[in-house]
Write a protein that binds this ligand. Structure first.
Ligand code: AMP
Length: 332
């Protein structure tokens, strides 16, 4: 039986963080043996918010290096830059004829961006979910390992797939968001406000490039209170978040010990944060060091990206030829 096809991308807009790791990369690594995987650096998507040419190349290399450091094997997956596949913007243009202004304006991530950069509400931001759909269906992917924040975009991709198939004939399968755990993951920020992110909440986000003392400092500052006064009481959101982070990186028995201490009101958040900080350092440090080594070897990164692009283009060019034919764009 042929392997199921998987696509996912990460924008080259800044340093990768724990949210990217648990929402995306951890799944990538787990999927690389069983699935036919295409993973890319979303450099075109980055232009919607980060158009600075001086930063782009370094950011792209770093994202590739950080993905490899997390355990991606370029022999097993196609790892490439989005802009190396001209078939993606071609399909994006085709899909734009099936995407409506009203539905795009309603997307929460678009509304967020309008709020964040009111001086630059470009059409690329509005049509972000269309480009993302093209990224996915160009390889006819069925599974998309992403975090919870992307669920609605994947639903839109299914809408575009159905519109295309109904209008022109069956070509694309419906893609679905995927995570190895039962639920899609959302890694919260350390200040109790929203999720970890590449550009917001910098002091409340743990980056895979953070040095040990930075990790310790950020966790020390995480929001807590004086502790529960009633046994088995409901946790406030910011305390839940600290437990969630502990669940992600600490051994189960450590997590259980602190959960019990919370429930019988003996918990000391200072101790808990110290423990979490050490477990986090042990988790992040090896990834950071490996990514640094890889970034010092640009030739190797370039070779991996070129080979990845070749593999990905072989699949993308087949899909675009089929789409053109169904649409009647095949004159010669
Ligand atoms: P982005 O950083 O927006 O390019 O997202 C890259 C991938 O990381 C996507 O699959 C997101 O769903 C995932 N991701 C980003 N932030 C988080 C977060 N705080 N928690 C879980 N997943 C996330």
């Amino acid at each position: 039986m042929s392997k199921e096809i998987v696509v996912s991308g990460i924008r080259s807009t800044g340093f990768l963080h724990l949210g990217n790791y648990f929402g995306a990369m951890k799944n990538y690594v787990q999927m690389q043996d069983e699935y036919n995987c295409y993973f890319f650096v979303a450099d075109y998507h980055a232009l919607t918010t980060h158009p600075d040419p001086k930063e782009l190349k370094g950011n792209v290399y770093r994202v590739v290096a950080e993905n490899l450091a997390c355990g991606l094997d370029p022999e097993k997956v196609a790892l490439y830059a989005q802009s190396d596949l001209p078939e993606i913007p071609e399909l994006y243009l085709m899909l734009n004829m099936m995407a409506y202004k009203g539905e795009l304006e309603k997307v929460p991530t678009f509304k967020d961006k309008v709020r964040q950069q009111p001086e630059n509400v470009n059409a690329g931001l509005l049509t972000y979910p269309v480009l993302m759909s093209a990224d996915i269906i160009i390889h006819k992917a069925v599974k998309v390992p992403v975090g919870k924040d992307q669920e609605q975009h994947i639903e839109m991709a299914r809408n575009f797939v159905n519109r295309f198939n109904n209008r022109y004939g069956e070509l694309f399968p419906e893609p679905y968001a995927f995570n190895f755990s039962n639920e899609l993951v959302k890694v919260p920020s350390l200040d109790g406000n929203g999720k970890m992110s590449k550009s917001e909440n910098v002091n409340a986000t743990l980056y895979l490039a953070d040095e040990d003392d930075v990790i310790r400092k950020k966790i020390k500052k995480a929001k807590t209170d004086s502790g529960p006064t009633e046994p088995n009481s409901e946790m406030p959101e910011y305390i839940k978040n600290i437990f969630l982070l502990m669940k992600l990186v600490s051994p189960q028995e450590v997590y259980d010990t602190y959960t019990n201490a919370y429930n019988d009101c003996t918990i000391r958040y200072g101790d808990m944060k110290k423990q979490l900080a050490e477990d986090m350092v042990n988790f992040i440090a090896p990834i950071r060091e490996k990514a640094k080594d890889l970034q010092n070897n640009e030739d190797q990164l370039k070779k991996i990206m070129k080979e990845g692009a070749e593999k990905a283009r072989a699949s993308a060019s087949k899909t675009i030829a089929e789409a053109r034919k169904l649409m009647g764009i095949n004159y010669y």
